[in-house]
Structures are given as C-alpha cells and as structure tokens.
Design a protein around this ligand. Structure first.
Ligand SMILES: *Cc1c(COP(=O)(O)O)cnc(C)c1O
Length: 427
C-alpha cells in the first residue's frame, strides 16, 4: 500500500518512508491511498493481537511487516478497559500507560516501529519534540533507553503543571528536557527551524514524533477496534463514542476504525472553548483561531492538525459534516462535570474526560438512550490541582505516575534562541 500527501503535490511513498519522515515534502500529511477493510479479528485474542491484525494491511510492503506482531505485543502491553458506569454508559480508559495518558499507545508503537526500521550502522536519531505537556512525556517514556535514539523535549517554562514538568524531567539517560523561556508556540517554532535546517541535518539525524505522525495515528485505531468488537460480541450492537479532542488525532483514529468496517456508531468530538471544530461541524467555514488557555489544556488547539486528513477523505464539506458532530464545553461546565461525575457516577475524571462526559450528559438530556463510551484520555491524578478541589479529596496517582513522581526530575534552561538549541543538538 502507498501513502499520499493530503496536499497532493508530493510523490506517493511506502509506509516506512511515511513513518520516518512525519510531514510530506509538500507540507501535507501522509494518508493511506485507500482505506482497507479490516481483516477478521477475534477480540478474545486481546488488544495486541487486534492491533497486529488491524495494522497488517498498512504494513504489507514494510521491511518490518514480519515484526509487526511482536512490535504490537510490546507496544500494546497496556490495559485499555471498557469500564461500565451504567448499563448504557461506559468509559474507555486509555490512561494505564507509563505517563497516564492515551498518547502512550501511539508513542510506544512509533518508538518500536522506528527502532525496528533501523539498519546496522545507522547514525543515532535525535527525536525532537515541542510539547505543552502530555506529548513530550509520552514520547520521552516511549524512547527512553531505546538504543539508537535520543530525545530532546522543549516545553514552555512555567506554563505546564508541576506534575507535567516532572513527567518530562524524570527520565534522564537518553532524554533531555529543555525548559524554554517562552510559550509553546516559541517551542514549536524552534523545533520547526531545526527540522528545516539542512546544514544541521547533515550532521545530526533528526526525527519528529508530533501528532501528525502516521506512526502515532494508525495504532490508535486498535483500541477502538478492540472495544467495539468486544461490545458487539456481548450486546450485538455498535458502540458510539464521545472523544475529547484537540489536534483530532484520537478521533481520526476512531473514524479510521469505523471506515475499516468496525462496529462503531456515532462519533462526537468533545472540545473545550477552542471551538473551531464545533463551529465547522455546525455549518460555519473552517477558520483556525488563536489558541485559548482552558482547564483541559491538552486540548488547547486553535488549528487541529488532523483536520486536513479528514477533509482529504471527503469530497465536500456536507459529507464531512454528516460524518460526525462536535460540541464545545466551557471551563465552568468542565468543573461542574467533574463534580457531577463524582457524585452521580462515582467516577473521577480528568478535565479532558470531564469535557466528554458533559457532552454525553447533553445527549442524554436530549433523550439519547443508546450505548455510549466516553474516551478517558488521562488519569485524574495528572491534573490534581483542578480535580481535587472539586471533589474535596485527594486522587491517588496510578503506579506508573507515582514511580515517575518519586524519581528526581532534571531540566535545562533554554532561551528562545535558535543558535542555543542548535548548540545543544550538536553537542
Ligand atoms: C492530547 C490529548 C487530548 C487530545 O487528543 P488529540 O488526538 O490531539 O485530539 C485529549 N486529552 C488528553 C489528556 C490529551 O493528552
């Protein structure tokens, strides 16, 4: 199978090239030329086997096709339980990985796939990431102590939560955390400048692992396949999903699983006050906006990068708008949702998951009685400064997060100055 650019002016490439290069040379995002039907999957075999079967058609022509099952065994060695809240309401918990957020799944798969693609004698690859919190930690954890890789993470000093900063600095070894005296946009600009610096790239093999990476997107379809198949086997019905959404990576993976034929019903995007998608799906033009800071900070995105992929697959706006819905939730409603979920469902959500729970509540209020799964994208303990005051008690961190918090954390200061970053990368 070939992969093409959403912008249509770059040559089609094979999966191995698409995985290694991130962005296509014309600035577009790689998408599979056709979306294959899912092969037969037995959900009783578990998430890792489901992932290997689901991804096999994409990796048919890959150098690592034969290694795909073992890559999946290793990357998907995490629970992703469909936890029942009520007879018709579930949460798909994706926060049982090393950094307690769903990005662990995609980052772990990408790290293992890129590792398998290395050839003897290849130079060490530096994975460069800018992060506003969760992405950098997931990528650092996934590449930590992987031979042939080092990770350099840039994050805005003072603009991530103390626990998020700890989650970036607690790795050591081949991971360096740089706290930048600027904003997330400054971090992204510095990373982009390095990735397009041809002189630098002659001396340092650079790789990226941001949310447009196909190697993070594709594996995320696996937990939608697994949970919807398990649900269908038990109840004989498709499962509908509400998905906390920022860059649209997680929801695009769900859409992909549905397109491949899995028993997924409606997809509803839960957004915070950054409402570019709710406005678009409600009929307005697509108009990217300045990012607004909210309590669900991992969803603070004004220009969702994967939108370009969805648009690629539909001939016009009307058909794309018919494929899913999107709802915006403000901070006050996020806080109220945390309290309501704790009180009525005995479930403590992170602010992102609370956003989706609020959207589901609105559907219920409007009379929807179908089966819904809310996607729980992070553990509440990662956002304890927001959650604990609402519920009036502490939230215990899960073991992996507790481990990370118990280790010392170290970061290095970096000015908003490209030459300073260049020196770090060349050292
Ligand atoms: C990244 C993230 C999101 C948003 O996911 P996208 O794939 O960017 O839409 C939601 N919740 C949490 C906790 C995240 O870390």
């Amino acid at each position: 199978m070939k992969f093409v650019s959403t912008r249509g002016s770059a040559p089609a490439v094979d999966i191995d090239t698409a995985l290694a290069s991130g962005l296509a040379p014309d600035g577009g995002l790689y998408v599979p030329e056709i979306i294959p039907a899912a092969p037969a999957i037995d959900p009783a075999c578990g998430l890792a086997a489901t992932a290997a079967t689901l991804l096999a058609p994409y990796f048919e022509a890959s150098r690592i096709a034969a290694a795909l099952p073992s890559i999946c065994d290793d990357a998907f060695d995490l629970p992703a339980p469909l936890h029942r809240l009520r007879d018709d309401t579930f949460v798909l918990e994706l926060f049982h990985g090393p950094t307690a957020a769903f990005k662990d799944f995609g980052a772990r798969f990408l790290a293992r796939a890129l590792g398998a693609l290395r050839r003897p004698g290849d130079a060490e690859t530096t994975i460069l990431v800018a992060t506003s919190g969760d992405t950098g930690a997931a990528v650092a954890a996934a590449f930590h102590r992987r031979p042939g890789f080092r990770v350099v993470v840039l994050y805005p000093d003072g603009r991530v939560s103390p626990r998020q900063a700890h989650g970036l600095g607690c790795w050591g070894d081949n991971v360096r955390a740089l706290r930048v005296a600027g904003t997330f946009d400054d971090c992204q600009r510095l990373v982009k400048q390095a990735l397009t610096d041809t002189g630098l790239r002659e001396q340092v093999a650079l790789g990226s692992a941001n949310s447009i990476s196909l190697g993070r997107l594709l594996p995320q379809a696996a937990y939608y396949a697994q949970s919807s198949l398990e649900f269908e086997r038990e109840r004989g019905e498709p499962l509908n999903f509400v998905i906390p959404t920022g860059n649209l990576g997680n929801a695009t993976a769900c859409w992909l699983a549905r397109r491949m034929g899995l028993p997924i019903g409606d997809i509803v995007l839960a957004c915070n006050a950054n409402d570019v998608l709710p406005r678009y799906f409600g009929g307005a033009d697509y108009t990217p906006a300045e990012t607004r800071a909210t309590l669900a900070n991992a969803m603070d995105v004004g220009a969702p990068s994967n939108f370009e992929r969805l648009r690629h697959w539909y001939p016009d706006d009307a058909s794309l708008r018919a494929s899913m819905r999107a709802v915006s939730v403000d901070d006050a409603a996020i806080l109220a949702s945390i309290e309501r979920s704790d009180r009525d469902l005995a479930y403590v959500p992170c602010p992102h998951t609370a956003t989706a729970l609020d959207v589901l509540q609105r559907l219920r209020d409007a009379g929807d009685t179908r089966n819904w799964a809310v996607v729980a994208t992070a553990h509440a303990a990662k956002f304890e400064t927001i959650v604990e005051p609402r519920i009036g008690r502490t939230v215990e961190p899960p073991p992996a997060l507790a481990d990370c918090l118990a280790r010392p954390a170290h970061s290095e200061p970096l000015p908003v100055d490209y030459d300073a970053l260049r020196r770090v990368l060349l050292a």
